[in-house]
Design a protein around this ligand. Sequence first.
Ligand SMILES: *Cc1c(COP(=O)(O)O)cnc(C)c1O
Length: 401
Amino acid sequence: MKRRTGQDLSITRNWRLATQAVRGGTARSEFGETSEAIFLTSGYSYDRAEDAAARFAGEQGGMTYSRLQNPTVEMLEQRIALLEGAEACRTMASGMAAMTAVLLCQLQQGDHLVGGRAAFGSCRWLTDTLLPKFGIETTIVDARDPQAWQDALQPNTRVFFFETPANPTMDVVDLEAVCGIARANGVTSVVDNAFATPALQRPMEFGADVTAYSATKMMDGQGRVLAGAVCGTQDFIDNTLLPFTRNTGPTLSAFNAWVVLKGLETLDLRIRRQSESSLEVGRFLEARVPRILHPGLESHPQHALAARQMSAFGPIFAFEVADRAQAHALLNALELIDISNNIGDSRSLMTHPASTTHYGVSPEKRAEMGVSEGLLRLNVGLEDTDDLIEDLDQALRQVGL
Ligand SMILES: *Cc1c(COP(=O)(O)O)cnc(C)c1O
């Protein structure tokens, strides 16, 4: 049967990842457009007052208001859920909107959260500053050590929250072990999977309950829009996340959803090519800098674990030079690679986390997290790898490396 409009999930669920990335969730209008339509509308109209009443009562399918539903946004949500192998997904206006929603929707005063130490700066602000303000206790642990998670458990622990690989030190967390401890203790594990995306790592296959994304990064993949997503069971999305997001409104715009839909079409292709280039650039740098943190290199202390959990290692890694002065000098000497704190872009970008993404984290906490003064983070893009290596080579020479 030719499917002109909606997709039959019993068929599409069986498609492989690269196919899902191009076609998953597509719902065509009566015009049969091949590329997904952008529905730039805030509201919807009804034929009869009784239809409006029935839709609000949940007795009739259909949309009521774009804070709650939008056809373009729903296509993206279904596509991400299919890629993730999750029952359901809801998108948000940014990665941080997704992280905030996924934590606040399930925590309340008197609850306890355990979080990973190495994390995106704003994620650490959520766990260290925002949650305690509302009477939610947090314990921060070295996420690489499963025993630390076990030891941090309290009777009121509700959530484990971590990234793997983590920003920017590339710490790798044992998903099976840590999510297993969560499950055995009735705790919800929330994994920020922005660095890997479902194309390289599917945390739910290792026991994660919920995954959360900055879709700004590899999912858009071309540095255009901000977007976020949360994936989980239908029950979690409908009964825990939705009451929070429907009423607080961190909604993704239809236009941005469409841009991410276009980005996902090339996700598999981009992330595999960028992962290969990242390894090649990493091998070049390994011989030139004092220390490199790349989960794909054997020198990474958790390389074997990363290889078990990930099908490739992604475009991002970090390395160390002597100090802030040398790090800034190296950035300033670059001719091709941009100085930029974004990641997941098709362009190669480099940043000095201590003075940018982790500027808001205190120097003591930065030291604890491994964000040293000489640490640089590199996102390897889609340019020719030889051009990237030549640029790094000339910049390293300029700073005496
Ligand atoms: C970028 C990022 C975020 C925040 O996402 P935004 O889309 O910038 O709001 C959260 N977690 C990780 C790991 C990130 O890299």
